[in-house]
Ligand binder design. Structure first.
Ligand code: G3I
Length: 389
């Protein structure tokens, strides 16, 4: 294990020294059209909703760089989960999605219940729209997700299939979906959330009917369909060292030793300021990287009890910083994805009553302190990290 606190402290000291020189002064405004208008003419991106993002009284600084630009210099893709309805209906959302991010993940559009809600009835259009958007804006797409216990359509869960039938249904699902999007997906979350907190396997339909081997079967099968895609195991509460992340680590170590094609681990990173973030994120990322797999932050958000206040927002910035600074110190951490853009579309209030404000932009597209500190950290990392290949 590395002495991660001192390493992070070093980065933060460097950050403090370099911040004003590297990034420029106030970064508090939402990236305004004034600031970014020269670069806003990306093909496929409509003019932003100026009225909505303009912030009277804040002078836009034309030298400010976007998260995406800073991430490119640091060799780190900056991603966002994309809500396809918002992308279609909200010009500000679309503008930020295009300009601030170099990686996009469909929040729901590639899940099984969205892709094949009824047996043999496929709905690829929303996901195809995101792929078009990504191409127009020179972004990569993370595929999410093929094998999960949730958002599986009822024709699968209630079909009373035999084990042999279910195995074939799962294979067909992987084959049809991956074939449809082949060549357009850089990283696939093949297996999602297969473990319990104590490190035992989740008692899902897949475990019950197919046994624990369903995980390696899914990776082998996925690789045979799209050998160029990087295949990930993705889960939450595996950001630090704990029984669950130990179990994922042991699984990936075994699969790698057996030649099973798994090339990445996704640390979802759904944090809450009322719980301390794990103290050993860096050590955890490093041990995964030492297995030879990429480490991606796949679903970052940091929620809080509402209403928001300045102290909570600082705590949020601190949690994001801990995650990002660890990622920046690990070469194999090449994608840092937020689970959304604006709080107004976040999943949090619908699931955690009384909580929210988890993302970098609030309901009115004002940035939070976390946005500024993330930009500063990325700027400090600069070009010391390897460039995106
Ligand atoms: O598809 C129906 C649609 O037909 C209907 O009109 C609409 C009415 O509310 O509901 C739609 O389904 C919703 C779906 O999002 C698409 O909007 C579901 O009710 C809702 O539960 C679902 O929530 C998603 C959740 O996964 C499902 O488990 C969230 O948006 C999404 O952010 C969340 O993402 C997960 C990751 O995939 C895995 N890791 C955890 C993360 C947060 O839970």
């Amino acid at each position: 294990m590395q002495p991660q606190k001192s390493v992070i402290a070093g980065l933060v000291v460097a950050l403090a020294a370099a911040t004003s020189l590297t990034v420029g002064a106030s970064a508090s405004a939402t990236p305004t059209p004034e600031r970014s208008s020269a670069k806003a003419a990306t093909p496929g991106v409509p003019a932003p909703n100026r009225a909505k993002v303009a912030r009277p009284g804040v002078r836009a600084d034309p030298t400010l760089k976007t998260l995406r630009q800073l991430g490119d210099r640091a060799g780190l893709r900056i991603g966002a989960a994309i809500n396809l309805d918002a992308l279609a209906d909200d010009a500000t959302y679309r503008y930020l999605a295009a300009t601030e991010f170099s990686s996009v993940t469909p929040e729901n559009a590639m899940k099984w219940d969205a892709i094949e809600p009824r047996q043999g009835e496929y709905n690829y259009a929303p996901a195809e729209e995101l792929i078009r958007f990504a191409k127009a804006n020179r972004q990569i797409v993370r595929g999410h997700t093929l094998v999960w216990h949730s958002q599986v359509p009822t024709w699968v869960t209630e079909g009373n299939f035999t084990s042999a039938e279910l195995r074939e249904i799962l294979r067909r699902h992987i084959r049809t979906e991956m074939s449809q999007f082949r060549g357009n997906i850089t990283e696939w979350d093949v297996v999602n959330e297969a473990f319990n907190e104590d490190g035992t396997l989740r008692d899902s339909l897949w475990l019950q009917k197919l046994g624990p081997g369903y995980i390696e079967d899914a990776f082998r099968y996925a690789h045979s369909i799209d050998p160029k895609a990087k295949l990930f195991y993705n889960d939450y509460n595996i950001e630090g060292v704990n029984p669950k992340s130990n179990a994922v680590y042991n699984l990936l170590r075994r699969l790698r030793a057996e030649g099973v094609p798994v090339q990445g681990v996704g640390l979802q990173s759904h944090f809450d300021i009322q719980y301390n973030y794990p103290p050993d994120i860096l050590a955890n990322m490093q041990r995964f990287a030492a297995l030879g797999v990429n480490v991606s932050v796949t679903e970052a958000d940091v929620r809080m009890d509402l209403p928001v206040d300045p102290t909570k927002l600082q705590a949020q910035a601190g949690a994001y910083d801990a995650l990002l600074s660890s990622c920046l110190l690990v070469k194999r951490c090449k994608n840092f994805t937020f689970w959304g853009i604006s709080d107004q579309y976040s999943w949090i209030p619908g699931v955690f009553e009384g909580q929210g404000a988890a993302l970098l932009w609030d309901d009115d597209y004002q940035t939070k302190p976390a946005y500024d500190s993330i930009r500063r950290l990325l700027a400090v990392a600069g070009s010391n990290r390897p460039k995106i290949s």
